[in-house]
Ligand binder design. Structure first.
Ligand SMILES: [Fe+2]
Length: 223
């Protein structure tokens, strides 16, 4: 691109700040359950997690998008500055998406059912084997941070438990069916360093009806 083309593109960018790719108007998604009624996960913990960590990422994502719009219109902005904003956009997008799937997965009775349970059993040999591998994956992250994710992979058309050490490094073509937040902020208030007890509580509160709806929507996707 020539300098003139670049300037024209920047002028065009500054005139379209409200285009969806640059929109900073993302709104937090409310909890779909009463946080006072979960079993083994306190209302204080859930509210803190939703308000401070999830909502904080929504606000930061909107702020980063706003700064990206301004930086795109600034032809003098060093590429490294733009790269830093793009990294933070990716980081915050991952945080927002994964936290929404995490909270959507809670509020149920923990009894796995539906086509997703059948699919898990077929993929892992038994539901118990899937749960054991998911727990092992989660506990491998218990000393620091990350996500344990049951993904449906749109490329391989298979279910897999995947390890993610941050909000950005998910499996290629993997679409999360359910996710478990293993960052300390998701359990330390209730369980201290006893992450395994937090994982037990998380399983007891899973909303398999919602998870099954999500699974069926994902598997209906064709790419
Ligand atoms: Fe979190």
């Amino acid at each position: 691109m020539t300098i003139i083309d670049s300037a024209a593109a920047a002028a065009q960018a500054s005139s379209t700040p409200s285009a969806p790719a640059f929109s900073g108007g993302y709104q937090p998604k409310p909890l779909k359950f009463d946080p006072a009624k979960l079993e083994g996960l306190s209302e204080r913990l859930i509210r803190s997690h939703w308000e401070n960590n999830y909502q904080g990422s929504v606000k930061t994502l909107n702020a980063v998008r706003s700064r990206l719009t301004a930086a795109l219109a600034d032809t003098e902005a060093p590429p490294v500055i733009y790269g830093g904003l793009k990294r933070e956009e990716l980081h915050r997008t991952g945080s927002v998406v994964l936290h929404e799937i995490y909270f959507d997965g809670l509020g149920g009775n923990g009894q796995a059912a539906g086509s997703v349970r059948d699919a898990i059993t077929a993929a892992f040999g038994s539901y118990a084997t899937w749960e054991a591998e998911f727990r092992r994956t989660a506990m491998s992250l218990a000393g620091g941070s990350g996500w344990a994710i049951l993904n449906y992979n749109l490329h391989t058309r298979s279910l897999n438990n995947n390890w993610a050490w941050d909000h950005m490094h998910g499996a290629a073509a993997g679409v999360p069916v359910l996710v478990l937040d293993m960052y300390e902020h998701s359990f330390h208030m209730d369980y201290g360093t006893q992450a395994a007890k937090y994982v037990d509580a998380w399983f007891r509160n899973l909303d398999w009806e919602t998870i099954d709806q999500r699974y069926r929507a994902i598997t209906a996707t064709r790419v």
